[in-house]
Design a protein around this ligand. Structure first.
Ligand SMILES: Nc1nc2c(ncn2[C@@H]2O[C@H](COP(=O)(O)OP(=O)(O)OP(=O)(O)O)[C@@H](O)[C@H]2O)c(=O)[nH]1
Length: 550
């Protein structure tokens, strides 16, 4: 069973609670049996499944009166059950000690990736590099895998695709020598993250462990990351233990969690070794790497959203300076093509959109089908190529894009005139939406009196928000009730305002919900024809839109 399916099953079991007017022993038993069987079919160790069931039962029994009914009302028990399920699953995936290494700015952070052959190590090195490059780190890749013929070419090619500097010697057979030379080379060039890909073997064997130890002793990495294939399920426990004993594993990346029945088993087994899981691999593309944080992961898996993860992602993706500029412009009532370009770039920086969408409570990561997401992301990249081919004046919208200018932009970006026209139409829609939002009370600080009024009367704020939002999107977000919940979770209107400002670099200034509709619109665009059109029907592309001429 794929993990998303596990999440859906548990989520569905929990949903039964919403429909119930009374939570009694029979219903509780039914729900717990469903959750347990979902966990067992995802290969989670039975020990954890029993612990989870017992813990929920104990907590709920404490809340029930002698008639076996909730003394504090159904809503309280429902929340309690949900919270206990989240807490237990989180505890299962989160080692109590051993924090992962944190990269430090202003120094060379050396990371060595180890694992068996075929675990996905080389692909993961590239994904890992790409992840940090997008966050603005200077990253270098070193190929010290001299065992597998083809490893050199594979990493070199991957590095070229993500535009990451690469070090390797095709003919050199000593992995220790290459690792040392590569690390020294990138250190001299003041690189901040140096990733060393090491050789694997088909199974755990002495030669592999010896080689890893020699490389580790020579390059003295700040951390060694063990890359593990999730398809072996609970057997991950023994493998992680063996690697841990030999080379002091600092953390683990679990790969191929996108398609394996044993994903739950792999995750819980690795966590049981007390090695923190830092990322999970969820596909073959370079951005199919998700930072792993147990509670957020579980909440997203169950469709409960992960607001703290969302805020962190948004903060990391959008530079403070950009946010400030955007806020100033929006306060002046401006939304230029340049702002649109910054927004598109920021959304791409946040990582795969399904990941971001999954962090919003009430929305499901599966909302954007996998294939459609890639198609949509490519589409936004093409929009960026077009905007990159515009002059500064065009981006600032001081020179209108006449027919001849449009033809020039199409030529310069390797796209077609129809596509540039389509981009301009989309821009107009965005501009209209932002100005509509701008008419609402300004939460960005321009009118503090309004903010005060909204804080005093959240109902009014919600009404304003409702008016500004697209009804389709509102429905997708689980209605106003769900949004109210989100606001509460974010610490009231100020928390919401803070996030919205971050999210759209200030479109939050256009009202509490300012960020969301824009993100929603993008989701619609990125999701293409999929069910993701949160702003209503997804836009129709001119035919052949995905083919780039250059
Ligand atoms: N579906 C899926 N496939 C993955 C993932 N990570 C890696 N792969 C695929 O797994 C296969 C093996 O990956 P490699 O990176 O070549 O494996 P490796 O561990 O470097 O192999 P050695 O260099 O021999 O040790 C490739 O086809 C990858 O595309 C993932 O998260 N999901």
């Amino acid at each position: 069973m794929v993990l998303a399916e596990l999440g859906q099953k548990i989520g569905q079991a929990l949903k039964k609670l919403n429909a119930a007017s009374v939570i009694d022993d029979k219903l509780l038993q039914e729900i717990l049996t469903e959750i347990a069987s979902a966990l067992l079919s995802a290969d989670v160790n039975i020990k954890y499944v029993i612990k989870l069931r017992d813990s929920v039962k104990t907590q709920v029994t404490l809340q029930m009166n002698s008639d076996g009914q909730s003394a504090n009302g159904v809503a309280t028990v429902r929340k309690l059950i949900q919270r206990t399920v989240v807490e237990e699953l989180t505890a299962m995936l989160q080692p109590a000690e051993n924090r992962p290494y944190e990269f430090k700015k202003g120094k060379a952070n050396v990371v060595m990736l180890v694992g068996l052959q075929g675990s996905g190590k080389t692909t993961t090195c590239t994904k890992f590099a790409y992840h940090y490059m997008k966050k603005g780190w200077r990253v270098g890749l070193v190929c010290a895998d001299t065992f597998r013929a083809g490893a050199f070419e594979q990493l070199k090619m991957n590095a070229a695709k993500i535009k990451c500097p690469f070090f390797g010697h095709k003919k050199e057979t000593d992995p220790v020598k290459i690792a040392e030379e590569g690390v020294n080379f990138f250190k001299k060039e003041k690189f901040e993250i140096i990733i060393v890909d090491t050789s694997g073997r088909h199974k755990q064997e002495a030669a592999l462990f010896e080689e890893m130890q020699q490389v580790q002793q020579t390059i003295k990495p700040d951390t060694a990351i063990f890359v593990m294939d999730s398809s072996i399920g609970q057997a991950c426990y023994d493998q992680a233990q063996a690697f841990n004993k030999t080379i002091r594993v600092g953390s683990v990346i679990i790969t191929k969690l996108d398609g394996h029945a044993k994903g739950g088993g792999a995750l819980s087994a690795v966590a049981a070794t007390q090695s923190p899981v830092v990322f999970i691999g969820t596909g073959e593309h370079f951005d199919d790497l998700e930072p792993f944080e147990a509670e957020g992961f579980i909440k997203r898996l169950l469709g409960l959203g992960d607001l703290s993860g969302l805020m962190k992602t948004v903060k990391e993706a959008i530079s403070e300076e950009k946010q400030k500029n955007m806020i100033e412009n929006l306060q002046k009532g401006q939304f230029r093509l340049r702002d649109m370009r910054d927004q598109f770039q920021s959304v791409l920086n946040m990582g795969p959109l399904s990941q971001v969408v999954g962090m919003i409570p009430g929305l499901n990561a599966n909302l954007i089908p996998k294939g459609k997401e890639k198609e949509g992301t490519d589409r936004v990249k093409r929009f960026l190529y077009m905007m990159d081919s515009m002059t500064e004046e065009e981006l600032d919208c001081v020179k209108p894009l006449t027919e001849s200018r449009i033809a020039r932009v199409a030529q310069g970006s390797g796209t077609r005139v129809e596509e540039v026209n389509f981009l301009l139409e989309e821009y107009k829609k965005f501009e209209k939406m932002v100005s509509k939002m701008g008419k609402m009370s300004n939460l960005a600080g321009k009118k503090p009196a309004d903010l005060e009024a909204m804080k005093k009367n959240p109902q009014l704020a919600m009404q304003q928000m409702q008016k500004a939002m697209d009804p389709g999107m509102l429905k997708q977000m689980g209605g106003m009730g769900n949004i109210m919940n989100m606001v509460k979770q974010m610490g009231g209107m100020e928390g919401m305002q803070d996030m919205m400002q971050q999210m759209m670099g200030g479109a939050g200034g256009a009202g509490g919900a300012g960020g969301m509709p824009n993100l929603g619109a993008l989701a619609g665009m990125l999701g293409g024809g999929g069910g993701a059109g949160m702003m209503g029907a997804p836009p129709k592309m001119p035919p052949g839109m995905m083919k780039r001429r250059r």
